[in-house]
Design a protein around this ligand. Structure first.
Ligand SMILES: Cc1cc2nc3c(=O)[nH]c(=O)nc-3n(C[C@H](O)[C@H](O)[C@H](O)COP(=O)(O)OP(=O)(O)OC[C@H]3O[C@@H](n4cnc5c(N)ncnc54)[C@H](O)[C@@H]3O)c2cc1C
Length: 375
C-alpha cells in the first residue's frame, strides 16, 4: 500500500455508486485510495436526477438502513397508452440518490478513506508508473485510475477514449414535486411505481414514470437522444396523461433536470491502468435504465482485477481479466438486451407483447429463454 500526502495506489473519480463503492472495496483490500468528486457532498449529499429504484436484494446486500428508504414498493404498474395495463410484482425500495450516495461516501469516511469533494478533475497525465490528476485545488498521484464520473466521463474525454455512441444514449427529463402521501395512496397506491409506454404517443425508445417517494413524487420521461427534436415538448406529452395530470395538479415543482443514461457499452473500457466504471462504461440495463447495481459491481470487479493481476504479476492481463469478468457478471446479458430493445420497441404490438411477458418473467429470463421469439 502506497500513501504519502497526495500519492495513492488508486484514484477514483466521481462519488456515485461506482466510484464510492469501488473506493470502499479498494480500502478493504489494502489499497490506499483517494475519491475525487466535483460536487459538494456535505451536509446532505448532492441531488441527482434518478428514479432511485432498487431491488430489495440490493437493499439487503448493502444493509441499507430502512430509515433512509423513501418508500418500499411491491408492484410495478405498466401502463400502455392503448389502454392495456400490466402488473409486475416484486419487492423494491425507492431512495433519494443524495442520501444513497452519501451513505456510501460516509462508509468510506468511516473506514478512513480520503475524499476530496467540491473538486472537479480537469486534467490527468501519465508520468512513468503513475498518473497525475489535476483539480483546481491540487494534484494527486495514483497508479490506477477508476473513471466513475458518469456517462460523459470528463476523465475518459481527457484521455481521448472513444465516446458512447449517440444512438446508445437516452435523454431523460425529471421533475420532483411535493405531493401528500394521502394523494399518492389514493391515486398511485401505497406501494406501486407506475411506468407509461407507447412507441407512437410517448417515446420511441423509452418510457415515462411516476415514482412516489415520501411526500414527494418523481415524474420522469426518457427517449433515445438521436430521435428527440425537442425534449421539453416531448416530455409534456407525459403531463397530458390523466393519471399524471391528476398527480401534478397542485403539486409544486421543486426541481427540473435533464440527464443522460447510457444504454450501450463504451467500445473501450480499460486501457493502461485506467478502468471505466458504471455509467462511464455504459453499464446500464438498456430496457429498464437500471444502473446502480452495475455501477457497484463494475467497481468491485475493477478492484478484484487489480488485486489478482498484481498477485500473479500479470499486469498486462488486466484488460482481459476485467472484460472477461464483467462479461460473465452482466455484460453479456446487457449486450443481448441492447439487441432485444430494438425488437421490443419496433412497434406498439411488440412492446405490448413484451410487457405481457414482463408481468411474469424477469427481462433477462425473457431473453435467456427466448420467450420473445414470436414477437
Ligand atoms: C432520470 C434517471 C433515472 C434513473 N433511475 C434509475 C433507477 O431507478 N434505478 C437505477 O438503478 N438506476 C437508475 N438510473 C441510472 C443510475 O442513475 C446510474 O446508472 C448510476 O447513477 C451510475 O452510477 P455511477 O457511479 O456510474 O455514475 P454517477 O452516479 O453519475 O456519478 C458520477 C459522479 O461523477 C462526478 N463527476 C463528474 N465529472 C467529474 C469530474 N470532472 N471530477 C470529479 N467528479 C466528477 C459527478 O458529480 C457524479 O457524482 C437512472 C438514471 C437517470 C438519468
Amino acid at each position: 500500500m502506497t500513501e504519502s500526502s497526495n500519492c495513492f495506489d488508486i484514484i477514483a473519480i466521481g462519488a456515485g455508486p461506482g466510484g464510492a463503492g469501488a473506493a470502499i472495496h479498494a480500502l478493504e483490500n489494502g489499497y490506499s485510495v483517494c475519491l475525487i468528486e466535483k460536487a459538494t457532498l456535505e451536509p446532505k449529499g448532492r441531488y441527482k436526477a434518478c428514479g432511485g429504484a432498487m431491488d430489495w436484494k440490493l437493499v439487503e446486500k448493502l444493509a441499507y438502513p430502512e430509515d433512509k428508504i423513501e418508500r418500499v414498493v411491491e408492484t410495478l404498474e405498466l401502463h400502455h397508452l392503448d389502454g392495456e395495463n400490466y402488473t409486475k410484482k416484486g419487492k423494491g425500495a425507492v431512495v433519494w440518490r443524495s442520501v444513497f450516495d452519501k451513505f456510501l461516501v460516509d462508509q468510506l469516511k468511516d473506514q478512513g478513506g480520503i475524499i476530496k469533494e467540491n473538486e472537479a478533475v480537469v486534467d490527468l497525465k501519465r508520468q512513468g508508473e503513475n498518473y497525475t490528476v489535476f483539480t483546481p485545488k491540487g494534484k494527486y498521484q495514483g497508479k490506477y485510475i477508476l473513471a466513475a464520473d458518469g456517462v460523459t466521463s470528463p476523465t475518459l474525454k481527457q484521455l481521448k477514449w472513444p465516446r458512447i455512441a449517440s444512438e446508445d444514449i437516452i435523454i431523460t427529463i425529471t421533475e420532483e414535486r411535493k405531493v401528500t402521501n394521502q394523494k399518492i395512496t389514493q391515486w398511485l397506491g401505497k406501494d406501486s411505481l407506475h411506468l407509461f409506454f407507447s412507441v407512437k404517443q410517448l417515446s420511441q425508445l423509452g418510457y415515462g414514470w411516476l415514482f412516489p417517494k415520501n411526500q414527494e413524487l418523481t415524474v420522469g420521461w426518457g427517449n433515445q437522444l438521436s430521435r428527440v427534436k425537442h425534449a421539453k415538448q416531448e416530455f409534456k406529452k407525459l403531463h397530458k396523461l390523466p393519471l399524471v395530470r391528476t398527480m401534478v395538479q397542485e403539486a409544486p415543482l421543486t426541481r427540473f433536470k435533464a440527464h443522460l443514461i447510457p444504454v450501450g457499452i463504451r467500445s473501450q473500457i480499460y486501457h493502461e491502468n485506467v478502468y471505466a466504471i458504471g455509467d462511464a462504461g455504459g453499464f446500464v440495463d438498456p430496457i429498464s435504465g437500471k444502473g446502480i447495481p452495475y455501477a457497484l459491481q463494475s467497481g468491485q470487479i475493477a478492484i478484484k482485477t487489480i488485486k489478482k493481476c498484481e498477485q500473479k504479476d500479470l499486469l498486462e492481463k488486466q484488460s482481459h481479466y476485467y472484460e472477461a469478468t464483467l462479461e460473465k457478471a452482466f455484460l453479456e446479458m446487457l449486450k443481448k438486451k441492447q439487441v432485444a430493445r430494438e425488437k421490443i420497441y419496433e412497434n406498439d404490438q411488440s412492446l405490448k407483447q413484451f410487457l405481457a411477458l414482463w408481468e411474469s418473467y424477469r427481462s433477462s429470463e425473457i431473453i435467456r429463454r427466448d420467450l420473445m421469439k414470436n414477437i
